[in-house]
Design a protein around this ligand. Structure first.
Ligand code: PSU
Ligand code: MN
Length: 321
C-alpha cells in the first residue's frame, strides 16, 4: 500500500486496518550493528520471534525512494549485505528519500516512522543515549529527543554500556519519558543485566504496560515509553570481560579519532571481535527477548483498544458550573 512516501506491506497494512497487533523493528542493528553473515539469519529470527508472540513484524528501512514498513526477503538481503546502506536518523530520512539513498533506520527514525504508520510498539536491542564526554562533545543520540516527542513504546535492554547511563536516565527524565523496568528495579546495562542504576517504575506484565500506555493516551501525553527488559544474569556477558572490552574500545575510538554516528557501530564491532562472539551471543539473546516482550505488549494493547470501554480520547466536557 502506498501512502505518500510510506510504502506499507500488504500484511502490515491488513493488520493495522483490522487493529491486530504489529511490532516495528529497526534496521540499523541489521546493517550496522551485527556482523555480516550472521545479520541476515538474525533478521529472520527476530521477525519469527515477533510472530510467535502473536504479532506481525514490521521492519522499517528507506529503500528505492520510499519508507518501507514491512520488508520483503530481498530487501533484507540488500540491507544485510550492501556497503551502500546509510545509517539514517530521522533528520536524514527526508534527504535520503529525495535523493534516492538507501538506508537503515535507527531507533530515532524507526520510532518516528512507526508512529507515522500507526504502530505503537517497537522492539530494538539498546537505545542510543548520552555519550561519555557529552558535556564537551554534545553527543546525545537523537533517539532520546524522538522518544521525548513520539508516543511509541520502545522495548530495549536499556542503553548500551558504552554510554553515560546516569546522564541518559537524567535526560529521559527531563524529556518526561517514563522508564519501566520489566520485572526488575534495576535499569539494565545492555550486555549486563544491571547497569547499577535504578528505574522509577517496575512492571510485572505486558498487560500492566498496556494499561500505562492507554492511560497516557487518554491523558494526551505525547512522549513515548521506555520498557527496559534486562538480559538474564545467566545469559549476560561476563562483567570482567565487559569492562575490559569497554576500556579497550574507548581507547580505540580516541586513537582512531572516531566520532559522531560512527561511534556506536565501531564500538559494537569492537565488542563482537574482542569477545570472540560472546557479545554477539548476548546481543542476539536480548534482541529476541525484546521481540517476544514487544509482541506480547502489542497483543495486550490491541485487546485493550478493542474494548469499547476504551474509546479514542476526546476532549472532556467542561464540568457544569
Ligand atoms: N542497539 C543495538 N545495536 C545497534 C543500535 C542499537 O543493539 O546497532 C543502533 C540503533 O539503531 C540506535 C543507534 O538508534 O545504534 C544509536 O546510534 P547513535 O548513538 O549514533 O545515535
Ligand atoms: Mn551521536
Amino acid at each position: 500500500m502506498i501512502n505518500g512516501v510510506l510504502t506499507i506491506s500488504p500484511e502490515v497494512h491488513a493488520a493495522l486496518s483490522a487493529g491486530r497487533p504489529v511490532v516495528a523493528l529497526e534496521s540499523t542493528i541489521l546493517a550496522h550493528g551485527l556482523p555480516r553473515g550472521d545479520n541476515r539469519t538474525i533478521a529472520d529470527t527476530i521477525e519469527r520471534t515477533v510472530r510467535d508472540a502473536g504479532a506481525v513484524p514490521a521492519t522499517i528501512a528507506v529503500l528505492r525512494g520510499s519508507v518501507r514498513i514491512g520488508l520483503e526477503p530481498a530487501d533484507l538481503d540488500l540491507l544485510c549485505s550492501s556497503d551502500q546502506i546509510a545509517k539514517l536518523s530521522i533528520r536524514d530520512v527526508g534527504p535520503a528519500l529525495a535523493s534516492g539513498v538507501d538506508g537503515a533506520t535507527t531507533v530515532a527514525s524507526t520510532a518516528a516512522l512507526a508512529h507515522r504508520a500507526g504502530i505503537a510498539v517497537f522492539a530494538t536491542g539498546g537505545l542510543g543515549g548520552v555519550h561519555r564526554g557529552a558535556a564537551d562533545s554534545f553527543d546525545i543520540s537523537a533517539d532520546l529527543g524522538v522518544i521525548g516527542r513520539t508516543p511509541v513504546a520502545v522495548v530495549c535492554a536499556g542503553v548500551k554500556s558504552i554510554l553515560d547511563v546516569a546522564a541518559t536516565l537524567e535526560h529521559l527524565e527531563t524529556l518526561s519519558v517514563p522508564v519501566l523496568g520489566y520485572r526488575t528495579d534495576a535499569f539494565p546495562g545492555f550486555y549486563l543485566a544491571d547497569s547499577g542504576l535504578g528505574v522509577p517504575w517496575r512492571v510485572e506484565s505486558a498487560h500492566e504496560v498496556a494499561a500505562i500506555i492507554e492511560a497516557r493516551r487518554q491523558l494526551g501525553e505525547q512522549a513515548g515509553v521506555v520498557l527496559a527488559n534486562p538480559v538474564s544474569v545467566a545469559d549476560q556477558l561476563d562483567p570482567a570481560l565487559h569492562d575490559e572490552t569497554l576500556a579497550s574500545g574507548l581507547q580505540l575510538l580516541a586513537e582512531r579519532h572516531i566520532t559522531g554516528k560512527d561511534i556506536t557501530p565501531a564500538l559494537l564491532e569492537h565488542f563482537h571481535t574482542r569477545t570472540h562472539g560472546e557479545s554477539l551471543r548476548v546481543n542476539v539473546e536480548l534482541v529476541l527477548s525484546n521481540a517476544t516482550l514487544a509482541g506480547e505488549l502489542a497483543v495486550a494493547l490491541a485487546a485493550l483498544r478493542a474494548d469499547p470501554a476504551n474509546p479514542d480520547p476526546a476532549v472532556p466536557e467542561p464540568a457544569a458550573p
